[in-house]
Ligand binder design. Sequence first.
Ligand SMILES: N[C@@H](CCC(=O)N[C@@H](CS)C(=O)NCC(=O)O)C(=O)O
Length: 218
Amino acid sequence: MSLKLYGYWRSTASYRVRIALNLKGVAYEYIPVHLVNNGGEQHQDAYKQLNPNGLVPTFVDDQEDVILNQSMAIIEYLDERFDGKGRLLPAHATERARVRALAQDIACDIQPLGNLRVLNALKENYKLTQPEAFAWAANWIQKGFDGIEKRLATQAGKYCFDFDVTLADVCLIPQVYNAMRFGVDMSRYPLISKIAKNCNELEAFIAAHPDNQPDADS
Ligand SMILES: N[C@@H](CCC(=O)N[C@@H](CS)C(=O)NCC(=O)O)C(=O)O
């Protein structure tokens, strides 16, 4: 089997897929795509042949002749293809929809607003300074986390949904990492912080952490 993940150490979407691969216990080759150096390797022709969107991650499963973008699609593919270990989506339709909704609160409503290309456009086209761009990103993370914190009060246990790690945790933990990078005051979010602490004690999350990637700090 030959599975490859094209990603970047600090990319939250890549981080989600790394966590999912580890939870599934699936070995893979990690291929760094530097989002800043050389004008951003995500924009180079060789990479854009794999992913014309010019974003990471891209996942390749040679055995099945599959090339996928979009971290959520990749994770659901992994969950179905390697269904023996650590199901990331519950079997029951209502629970599955709730998990997806929380995951999408992060992946659809928070992450895109703080993406590198959005921050670059704010700086280049609207003359925001670096601290102003960081404040923009932090603002949208806070708006999203305010809602998630309230939602978790009705359902969270050790993880976002009781005692099983799900797709929601897989999305939440990279967003917490990103929130800290942008200076969000996490003391406003005791439940999110507790869940992040619990997840970050698990080997799958530790191994996926940005600092533990071969391209970290590059
Ligand atoms: N919805 C996509 C988001 C992908 C995405 O925004 N990736 C970011 C890193 S987290 C990226 O490649 N940014 C490069 C850029 O903005 O130029 C997914 O979940 O895979």
